[in-house]
Design a protein around this ligand. Sequence first.
Ligand code: GDP
Ligand code: MG
Length: 302
Amino acid sequence: MAQTAFRSGYVSIIGRPNVGKSTLLNLIVGAKIAIITDKPQTTRNRILGIKTIPEAQVIFLDTPGIHKPPKLMNKIMVKTAMQATSGMDIIIFLTQVQRKVHPQDIFILKCLGRVKCPVFLTINKCDLLPKHPQIDIENITQRYQSLLDFRETFHISALKNRNVDALLESVIGLLPEGPMYYPQETVTDLSEEFILAEIVREKLTMLTQQELPYSTGVVVESIEEQEKGDQTLVRIHATIYVERSSQKIIVIGKNGNMLKRAGTLARKDMETMLGLHVFLKLFVKVRERWTENKTILKRMGL
Ligand code: GDP
Ligand code: MG
């Protein structure tokens, strides 16, 4: 009986902010790795999600959006995004259902014109099409196709899990023969600290209706396990960095309510993730221009 060889490789998901990169990655990997919010630009790191099936292992990079870099943090983000294209076996260019080709998409596709590996055109949020009959999906698809020589095209919904299997199948079909790089059960190589910090940031982003994501950063200071009778308690201390005291007021909220709610939601997610009881302590610190402070960025894993 002929056995097909094991395939493995690196796949980068590239797209402007908010098109659903993290949603897609989390769906494929089947775990919450990349944070999801309805505010753009919340993914600051390259996030490695790993999907292993009996025949193949796919290693995904979720990249920050490529855009014009005004600050050091943004420069690092764009650099990370462009670095994520080198050494890739496949690039999934992700965009979403919309009336016109977005200018930022044109910028990204120009950058992608230089890469050697196959690029897939993937249009996400197709579940929204019935609500927007004025969008001619075939026409918009052709417009994208006129901008780059895509290997394949997919219309998907990451939210509703539509056509994502077909995308994954094509990805695997194009991967080279290769070893299993990571143990079968690994879904990410991100540190626990980083994922825990991302959970806090996700809750804050979700709860505050302000423009906080650009200037709110979370550092997990310590994780300590403590035996309490026959239970294990995990004490997690995290610092939330903001740039201005006005932002600190927003993060803390009236009578500390915002911080309390964010803390409770984050703690619940952490308990699910760790399978242990969590005691979460959050501090808020004002650090002007922390987004340009290399020490803080480094501690955030950037
Ligand atoms: P990213 O910035 O590209 O990583 O985008 P996210 O994954 O954070 O998603 C941004 C927003 O789009 C979130 O509110 C998601 O719930 C939403 N979203 C993602 N995929 C879909 C989809 O297939 N359909 C719809 N309707 N919304 C989606
Ligand atoms: Mg994201």
